[in-house]
Write a protein that binds this ligand. Structure first.
Ligand code: ATP
Ligand code: MG
Length: 395
């Protein structure tokens, strides 16, 4: 008789064709978050089991709560498929619990076990009635005693922790998250990760108009969402020259539209170069002038890549709720400037025309500026270390 964590895959068990790949990816992701613990992981098509040191239980559970694709986490007691052992285990499992009513739910996946589920519910129910003061309530019990009789053993538990759901990160390949220091884009990244899309980030940096603090903030945000991935790196694009050229050559009202077309062009090239399948950003319909549907047409028309906007249809308050849940909010609201805000015109166009964008873009050689920017991307891989600049200041 020993404690074991049992993982329920939930949604992904329904994806029959890909099940093996799903489970392999999920296992790798779980191994990653538990790499600092001594655990033993075994799995089959419907369940995964994690043996652990009892002193690590809280840490292991906290880590598992950040793994997408994991729908139920159960700390069970495992016994052999033997009626007396199961009875002893049930009485032991409920002895210190605070409850007045109970029901028993048996799942007999091992058909060689001699007693059927319904009948076994009665056997165990009778045992509990005889040995405790608990009363039966099948509709709304304080306590449900789960007994799963599987070929590999019997698992007794009274509590199931909800996992965060979604799909294992990586099963959809990788996308490119346009990550600014704001509230929306980290949430967009989190939601993409939840659907199994792993990420690289792209940050447009405009020194000296934007500061090292603004860049560090973006790296901090990448660090927070990297807890759900472990593979995220940040591509920092030197965007100053492009922004200055736009500012010099483009009428005020079109500055933001053209700037965002440049961002999409760069994002597209980075996707091609790094074999990324989709662009993801934090645009939300109507939030600002560049996020009207007409603006999206003008901006989106420079790319053939699919663009996913996970927060497009959310209210700002809904986005903020998620940002708070995932711990990005407090960092996002730190007051550092973004390249989108430094050259903000008084009256940005709300309904930009593609023809005008093309005309204004002819006034400077943006293609070579884009190539130059891409060639000078700084890649930040090891997200948990401070950036070099900051480090040298400390020396
Ligand atoms: P956020 O809260 O994410 O900053 P926002 O409401 O401030 O979004 P915008 O500044 O208009 O909106 O930007 C819309 C989206 O464009 C952002 O969510 C982000 O995906 C992308 N973006 C904006 N600025 C940058 C930047 N400097 N680097 C990378 N992506 C950016
Ligand atoms: Mg922003």
């Amino acid at each position: 008789m020993f404690k074991i964590i049992m993982i329920k895959y939930g949604e992904l068990t329904t994806k029959k064709a890909n099940r093996k790949f799903f489970i392999e990816t999920l296992t790798r992701n779980i191994e990653r978050v538990l790499e600092n613990y001594s655990v033993k992981i075994t799995k089959d098509r419907v369940r995964m089991y994690i043996e652990f040191n009892e002193r690590d239980l809280n840490g292991v559970l906290a880590s598992l709560k950040k793994v997408f694709g994991l729908h139920g986490i159960v700390v069970a007691t495992r016994v052999n498929n033997n009626i007396d052992d199961i009875k002893m285990c049930v009485l032991d499992s409920i002895k210190n619990l605070n409850a007045n009513t109970f029901k028993v739910e048996t799942k007999r996946a091992d058909k060689s076990f001699p007693i059927q589920s319904m009948e076994f519910n009665n056997v165990i129910g009778g045992l509990i009635l005889k040995n405790t003061n608990l009363k039966v309530d099948v509709h709304n019990p304080d306590l449900t005693v789960h007994i799963e009789i599987r070929p590999e053993g019997t698992f007794v538990y009274t509590n199931e922790i909800r996992g965060i759901g979604g799909y294992p990160v990586g099963i959809q390949g990788k996308g490119l998250l346009m990550l600014s220091g704001g509230i929306d884009s980290p949430v967009a990244g989190y939601l993409a990760l939840k659907r199994g899309v792993d990420l690289e980030c792209l940050y447009f940096d405009s020194p000296p108009h934007t500061s090292q603090e603004a860049k560090n903030k973006v790296i901090d945000l990448a660090n927070i969402i990297n807890e759900y991935s472990g593979h995220i790196k940040v591509n920092v694009v030197p965007f100053t020259k492009i922004q200055e050229e736009i500012y010099k050559n483009v009428p005020d009202s079109y500055i933001i539209t053209i700037m965002r077309r440049m961002m999409y062009r760069i994002a597209t090239k980075v996707c091609q170069k790094n074999k990324l399948k989709v662009i993801i950003n934090g645009e939300s319909i109507g939030q600002v002038a560049s996020q009207t549907l007409t603006s999206m047409i003008a901006i989106n028309s420079v790319t053939n890549m699919p663009v996913i906007r996970p927060v497009a249809c959310m209210d700002k308050l809904e986005i903020i709720d998620i940002a708070k849940q995932i711990n990005t909010y407090e960092t996002s609201i730190l007051p550092y400037e973004d390249c989108c805000t430094i050259f903000l015109p008084k009256h940005p166009v709300i309904n930009p025309e593609v023809e005008k964008c093309i005309k204004y873009e002819k006034s400077f050689d943006f293609e070579s500026l884009i190539d130059e920017a891409i060639n000078n991307i700084e890649v930040i891989k090891d997200l948990n270390t401070k950036s070099n600049d900051e480090f040298s200041e400390l020396l």
